[in-house]
Design a protein around this ligand. Structure first.
Ligand code: GDP
Ligand code: IMO
Ligand code: MG
Length: 398
């Protein structure tokens, strides 16, 4: 029987979570996002088309899948509707399948302005955020001045709070936020959003009790987690396994399986330490072969060798049961492949054969098999699937 499953990034994001969510979603009734916002960019390539999901759960490409935007997320409502519109323009019926938590926090456009301002103030120490307003929205939440999606119901109250918050930020940061304009952008979408709002916590628990299966779609990744990541070069929410429970109001006993997503090498967008970074021609080759440019910001991603020590940490802390290794095909043609282990670097011989059409592990070139098996040993978790291309079908199940 399919168990409720969590999918989490084990590195610094963009491991290919969206692709596995899409591949598995056909066996689930519900796909739910527990944390983050439009900082995420999850790409799916299906039937010759590319789809990028930011706030909506990937997995909504299947016609009956329900998508939940949980209480732990931060939601820019106009962006969410634009995302729905874009999917609907490709012929999918989406809006009736979206449920937004009444406790999710509204991310206003002014949060993006604050994000930019804070980065500017940090100068050389800037985080390199996606400028989607994520940190400032979670800051308002933690300061207990945040505004929840459920508060759309009372417009007078909403107006008062938007005015209060804009005044507050203008006074503390010397900004010029326009409360009327901010409120208007929300009122413009209010009628359309209201029918999508429910207490997703109660609904989800009822569905689980009725035997419905849930796929929990992680965003960002372990080493961007506010507690477990490379602080302060992290995002502002709990994106590790515990965040699934708090971000959706689901108890640990309802999580049956945790799958970690690990690129066959490492990438990072934004600032912060990167032990195995290849700031050279080889790094550029990997960037070009892997099309390593941000799905949200289009920034070139920093590239480097696999760091098995950091993935091992994610495996331990999230109780990861199995790993999906992605983008093995990108390493094709490199004469030598390197991995950072707790004993220093280890080198592996590469392969030159095109592996993108292979669907059986035993048919991979022997050096590719050796690489996978050695990494499995180093990270301490079974590599149960291997990505050999961006397409939905380009997956080896072991
Ligand atoms: P996510 O944020 O973890 O969902 O990952 P992104 O979508 O930001 O980045 C992963 C990129 O790699 C996307 O462009 C995917 O289409 C692509 N991708 C995923 N798996 C594979 C794979 O196995 N091989 C190749 N070549 N590309 C892949
Ligand atoms: P997905 O879900 C890669 C990074 C940013 C920055 C830091 C903080 O597609 O894997 P934020 O805007 O969250 O305040 O930025 O976190 N970051 C990501 N990097 N993939 C993501 O999401 C990311 N979401 C945030 O680049 O370094
Ligand atoms: Mg991404």
């Amino acid at each position: 029987m399919t168990k409720n499953t969590v999918i989490l990034g084990t590195q610094w994001g963009d491991e290919g979570k969206g692709k596995l969510v899409d591949a598995l979603a056909k066996d689930f009734d519900i796909v739910a996002r527990s944390t983050g916002g439009s900082n995420a960019g999850h790409t799916i390539v299906a039937d010759g088309r590319e789809y990028v999901f930011h706030l909506l759960p990937s997995g909504m490409l299947y016609p009956d899948t329900i998508g939940v935007v949980g209480n732990g997320t931060v939601v820019n409502l106009p962006s969410l509707l634009a995302e729905i519109d874009e999917l609907e323009s490709s012929g999918l019926s989406v809006e009736s399948r979206v449920k937004i938590s009444d406790r999710a926090h509204i991310l206003f456009d002014y949060h993006k302005e604050i994000d930019a301002k804070l980065e500017e103030l940090k100068g050389g120490d800037k985080v390199g955020t996606t400028k989607q307003g994520i940190g400032p929205c979670y800051t308002d939440k933690a300061m207990r001045i945040g505004i929840q999606v459920g508060e759309l119901k009372d417009v007078d109250e909403l107006r008062a709070k938007v005015e209060r918050n804009c005044n507050f930020h203008n006074n503390t940061l010397g900004l010029n936020l326009d409360a009327d304009a901010e409120l208007q952008k929300i009122l413009d979408v209010r009628e359309r959003v209201l029918p999508l709002i429910i207490d997703t916590r109660i609904w989800l628990n009822e569905e689980i009790a009725n035997g419905k299966r849930v796929l929990f779609e992680g965003a960002q990744a372990h080493h961007l987690d506010i507690d477990h990541g490379t602080y302060p070069y992290v995002t502002s929410s709990a994106v590790t396994v515990g965040g699934v429970c708090t971000g959706l109001g689901v108890a640990p006993k309802h999580i049956g399986n945790v799958i970690g997503i690990m690129k066959a090498y490492t990438t990072r967008v934004g600032g912060g330490p990167f032990a195995t970074e290849l700031d050279n021609e080889l790094g550029e080759t990997i960037r070009a072969n892997g099309h390593e440019y941000g799905a949200t910001t289009k920034r070139p991603r920093r590239t480097g060798w696999l760091d098995a020590v950091m993935v091992r940490e994610s495996v331990i802390i999230n109780g990861i049961d199995e790993i999906n290794m992605t983008k093995l095909d990108v390493l094709t043609g490199l004469p030598q492949i390197r991995v950072l282990t707790s004993d220093g670097y280890k080198d592996f011989e590469g392969w030159t054969e095109d592996i993108s059409k292979i669907r059986e592990f035993e048919e991979l070139p022997i050096n590719a098999q050796r690489y996978v098996l050695a990494v499995e040993e180093m990270i301490g978790a079974k590599i149960s699937s291997i990505g050999v291309g961006a397409d939905r079908e380009a997956l080896i199940m072991r």
